[in-house]
Design a protein around this ligand. Structure first.
Ligand SMILES: NC(=O)c1ccc[n+]([C@@H]2O[C@H](COP(=O)([O-])OP(=O)(O)OC[C@H]3O[C@@H](n4cnc5c(N)ncnc54)[C@H](O)[C@@H]3O)[C@@H](O)[C@H]2O)c1
Length: 307
């Protein structure tokens, strides 16, 4: 299959590209390298350094005869979305809408979209959150992801474009940016590798659902199935406190480093965990990587990066 991966030089996108290539697909990547890195790119891809908002993207769809778009390029920072909601709207809503329009114009069959569970469900009412949990985004980032999701559903109904919305929990693994505000695993690995204390905001009892990027890449492979349309949560269903996560990472680092605590960050959810039963039932997917095992692999990656 001819697949376009947007954001294929980024953290999650680069793993999806590798999985698609391993499965025998022909992969084209578009990425503006705003956070993605050339060294993450599989050498077998056709790469275009271009912004998703650039009208020339439609020419790429045409010339590469793209059959499926897997859309991972986005403005991913919650705090940036608060500081500059218009930039977020341009990347995450207008950018997605332009791709959807080009998809329909150039005969693309399928569109897979990376969405967010945490950003979508807000302060959860029930645990774990299934896909029918009310969407109550707390940030412009969550609002724009919800709006883009609604456009996908509209294009499915109006034009018959096969659309798949994957709502991720907290993804972690190699290639994640350790200098952002999110991605606590990457941030803490980087700090520990550099002999710095991990800094926890609040009491550390807040919980997240940490899913390995290799499980997410595998789910994106299964999502190529023409029968896979609609909205699906991808997480582990397991709540992990930031205190436990930190304890594991400090142990893995084998260093005698204390943990620091800082003030609670405003707008941060207390508990977040996703129910992945729907995708499991439909496509026999389940998370394979245990948290502790994934943390060892991720820590080793950051340690090797340093040396
Ligand atoms: N990391 C997570 O835990 C998580 C959770 C839920 C959803 N997501 C979603 O998954 C997707 C990938 O996130 P990630 O964590 O890999 O982030 P990332 O920043 O590593 O990847 C995004 C990639 O898109 C590129 N990009 C950004 N804006 C672009 C634009 N306008 N045009 C072209 N390229 C552009 C960047 O250079 C980068 O390579 C995003 O849509 C994000 O919202 C991530």
């Amino acid at each position: 299959m001819n697949i376009l991966v947007t954001g294929g030089a980024g953290f999650i996108g680069s793993h999806i590209v590798n999985t698609y290539i391993k499965a025998g697909h022909r992969v084209t990547v578009i990425d503006n390298l705003s956070s993605g890195k050339l060294q993450f790119l599989n050498p077998k891809v056709n790469f275009y350094e271009i912004d998703i908002l650039n009208p020339d993207v439609s020419e790429i769809l045409k010339s590469e005869k793209i059959e499926t778009i897997n859309h991972h390029a986005a403005q991913i920072s919650v705090s940036e979305s608060v500081a500059d909601p218009l930039f977020d709207v341009n990347s995450n809503i207008i950018g997605t809408l332009q791709l959807l329009q080009s998809a329909v114009s150039f005969g693309v069959n399928k569109f897979i979209f990376a969405s967010t569970g945490g950003g979508m469900y807000g302060e959860q009412i029930f645990f774990p959150a299934s896909e029918d949990h009310p969407c109550q985004p707390l940030s412009p980032y969550g609002i724009s992801k919800l709006c883009a999701e609604n456009y996908l559903t509209y294009f499915f109904t109006k034009y018959g474009l096969s659309t798949t919305i994957l709502r991720y929990s907290n993804v972690f693994g190699p290639h994640q940016n350790p200098y952002g505000e999110a991605g606590v695993v990457a941030i803490f690995c980087e700090r520990l590798v550099n002999n710095k204390k991990p800094l926890i905001y609040g009491d550390g009892k807040q919980t997240r659902d940490f899913i390995s990027v290799s499980d997410i890449a595998q789910a994106n492979l299964l999502a190529l199935d023409p029968a896979c349309t609609g909205i699906f949560n991808l997480g582990t269903g397991i709540e992990t406190s930031i205190n436990y996560l930190t304890k594991c990472l400090v142990k893995i680092s084998n260093k005698n480093i204390a943990t620091e605590y800082g003030p609670v960050r405003s707008g941060e959810q207390r508990r977040s965990v996703l129910d992945y039963k729907k995708f499991h039932k439909g496509f026999a997917w389940k998370p394979e990587v245990q948290l502790e095992q994934g943390l060892v692999e991720t820590y080793n990656y950051f340690q090797n990066e340093r040396s």
